[in-house]
Design a protein around this ligand. Structure first.
Ligand SMILES: CC(C)(COP(=O)(O)OP(=O)(O)OC[C@H]1O[C@@H](n2cnc3c(N)ncnc32)[C@H](O)[C@@H]1OP(=O)(O)O)[C@@H](O)C(=O)NCCC(=O)NCCS
Length: 275
């Protein structure tokens, strides 16, 4: 099941869109976007892409044309990869193909929401792709049935991917300035319990350095499965932190999660300099 045997292409047939419904059932427990909606969006200026492995749909991406701050953009509402195909680069390849299609259409920005506590998404969206975040939506979708959310408030970051920008070119080319974790001020001081779950000992909301670090759990699904109260505590603490610093002009510009560290760290970089 190597990533290189994967084909990424636009979806066209109704049967393919029906498979996307099944992936949504597997990943979230319900299908928010029907096959009919996907089909009609694909035919009318949106992008619905699939990643195939051995002829089977392993993941899909669904985006529609939208207007944001007066400009036409693509709003990427859903992307999902079946659990057994994760971490093979399929998410990255679908995003890169989406970028290629959007640039061809003259679209310069793709935006989407994601849960700020999902470290895999942060790694892909912020570090690999070069998306940035300056907007926090508390309980964005209200309470909805989701295997991932587990009943927590559905807080979301708005990721903005300026696909023709030098920042994105540099991120995609692996040309990012290095960041030394110990050299920057940390907003939250974290300690680990016996289960290797992180706990916030202290939140610092009075910092004003140009660059700051915010640590999140690297295993949110496991934490929510074993200790939902702790998951809820993280949700509310990080809501406070990000709302506070976004209001003061900071934006999320990078995410660091060296896989070799044990326990794995997952750290956002906040920056208040404007390019
Ligand atoms: C988000 C999602 C689509 C990503 O798909 P994917 O094919 O696994 O993504 P990729 O393999 O391209 O990238 C995953 C990255 O996360 C990294 N990663 C994996 N586990 C991680 C963790 N616990 N902490 C930090 N990073 C992690 C991987 O190493 C990889 O980075 P790398 O390529 O630099 O090594 C998939 O995880 C998914 O379907 N999630 C559930 C639905 C969802 O959240 N959708 C998005 C919002 S609609």
């Amino acid at each position: 099941m190597a990533g290189s045997r994967i084909l990424v292409r636009p979806l066209r047939a109704l049967a393919e869109f029906q498979q996307c419904e099944r992936i949504q059932q597997t990943v979230w427990g319900s299908a928010g976007a029907s096959a009919e909606l996907l089909l009609i969006t694909a035919k009318n200026g949106g992008a619905v892409l699939g990643a195939f492995s051995g002829g089977h749909l392993a993941g899909f991406l669904y985006a529609f044309l939208a207007r944001r701050n007066g400009r036409l953009i693509h709003w990427s509402h859903l992307m999902a990869v079946r659990p057994e195909f994760r971490d093979l680069g399929l998410g990255l390849r679908m995003k890169l193909e989406h970028r290629r299609i959007a640039l061809k259409q003259g679209v310069r920005t793709i935006a989407w929401t994601y849960d700020p506590l999902q470290s895999r998404n942060a790694s892909l969206n912020i570090h690999r792709l070069g998306a940035e975040v300056r907007e926090y939506l508390p309980d964005c979708y209200g309470s909805f049935h989701s295997k991932i959310e587990c009943g927590l408030p559905s807080d979301r970051f708005v990721a903005e991917w300026h696909i023709a920008s030098p920042h994105v070119e540099n991120a995609l080319g692996g040309r990012r300035p290095g960041v030394t974790l110990g050299a920057l001020s940390a907003v939250n001081e974290v300690e680990w319990d016996a289960r290797a779950f992180p706990l916030n000992r202290r939140l610092r909301l009075t910092l004003s350095d140009r660059r700051l670090l915010v640590e999140i759990p690297s295993n949110p699904d496991h934490m929510r499965a074993l200790d939902l109260d702790l998951g809820r505590r993280w949700r509310l603490e990080m809501r406070r932190v990000f709302q506070h610093y976004f209001e003061r002009g900071y934006r999320v510009t990078d995410f660091l999660s060296p896989p070799e560290e044990e326990p794995r760290r997952a750290v956002y970089l906040l920056d208040r300099s404007h390019r």
